[in-house]
Design a protein around this ligand. Structure first.
Ligand SMILES: [Zn+2]
Ligand SMILES: [Zn+2]
Length: 282
């Protein structure tokens, strides 16, 4: 099983990614939550191009995949879970939950540290939020995230299947919770007790700094509740809330080349941790 996973990891991930992308896009088309503000073709071209570019670059630059790292840890007895003996299912659940907490903390860090916020702005500058926003990250952010994941795997020593499961869950839920989907409100209320729903994550894409700096979770909603960063609804409601960041508008927020240059030339505005010294209030 494990050697099969190592050999077929890429095809499993790409297959699941495409299948879920089509599914969420279809649900968005049938049950949209908001009217999109930007032209879809140009936006989708840029958002899809940047995810392809980021992943190709990450493959070239990083010497090892997450699965190969987990395999190395297993063979050499590295990481906490390789030094204790727990039931296999419990190791998988523990690893997935710990990874999710790590992703929450990493996301918080990308908002708090000004230089990291410059990178993460590429994700937030999207004037609309839909299935393609879920994977729109600057290549440097993707490479840094991958590096952090490799360190986490080295420290934790998770089972291979947990690494693949987490990658798939993260990918699937990122597409789902960025989806421009009008879930029935009763279903949203039920799901958000445990998971990050589209309505929960949309608050995080609001142009208002206090709403942007809330709801950092990607999969489980418990971390935001536990650490006091949870915001239930946007002040203006889901149909009227303005999405994006204040300083990046129009073509700069959708053109592929502009997206790649955002960290180096755009005004980071007053969102990051240094906002108290900033004179450019949103
Ligand atoms: Zn964010
Ligand atoms: Zn997002």
């Amino acid at each position: 099983m494990e050697s099969w996973l190592l050999t077929n990891e890429a095809s499993v991930r790409i297959g699941v990614f495409i299948g879920l992308f089509v599914l969420v896009a279809l649900i968005e088309y049938l049950f949209p939550r908001r009217v999109l503000t930007a032209h879809r073709v140009g936006r989708w071209f840029s958002n899809i191009s940047i995810v392809v570019l980021s992943n190709v670059l990450a493959r070239f630059i990083m010497p090892i995949t997450t699965m190969a790292m987990a395999y190395l840890c297993q063979q050499n007895g590295w990481g906490i879970l390789n030094t204790v003996s727990l039931p296999h299912w419990l190791e998988i659940v523990l690893a997935v939950v710990v990874f999710d907490l790590a992703i929450y903390l990493q996301h918080l860090m990308f908002h708090a540290v000004p230089i990291l916020w410059r990178l993460h702005m590429v994700h937030h500058a999207d004037p609309d939020v839909d299935v393609t926003t879920g994977t729109r990250f600057h290549p440097i952010e993707i490479i840094l995230s991958l590096f952090i994941k490799l360190v986490m795997i080295y420290l934790l020593g998770p089972p291979l299947v947990a690494v693949l499961a987490f990658e798939i869950i993260l990918n699937a839920l990122a597409m789902f919770n960025h989806g421009n989907i009008a879930l029935p409100l009763w279903l949203d209320r039920l799901l958000r007790l445990l998971l990050v729903t589209p309505d929960v994550h949309r608050v995080h894409h609001s142009i208002l700094a206090e709403e942007t700096n809330s709801n950092f979770g990607f999969n489980l909603s418990i971390w935001d509740r536990l650490f006091g960063t949870y915001c239930a609804q946007p002040k203006l409601g889901h149909r009227k809330v303005v999405l994006g960041v204040t300083k990046i508008k129009g073509a700069e927020s959708v053109n592929l080349l502009s997206l790649l240059l955002i960290p180096f030339r755009s005004n980071p505005g007053s969102y990051a941790i240094n906002r108290r010294w900033s004179d450019d209030e949103s």
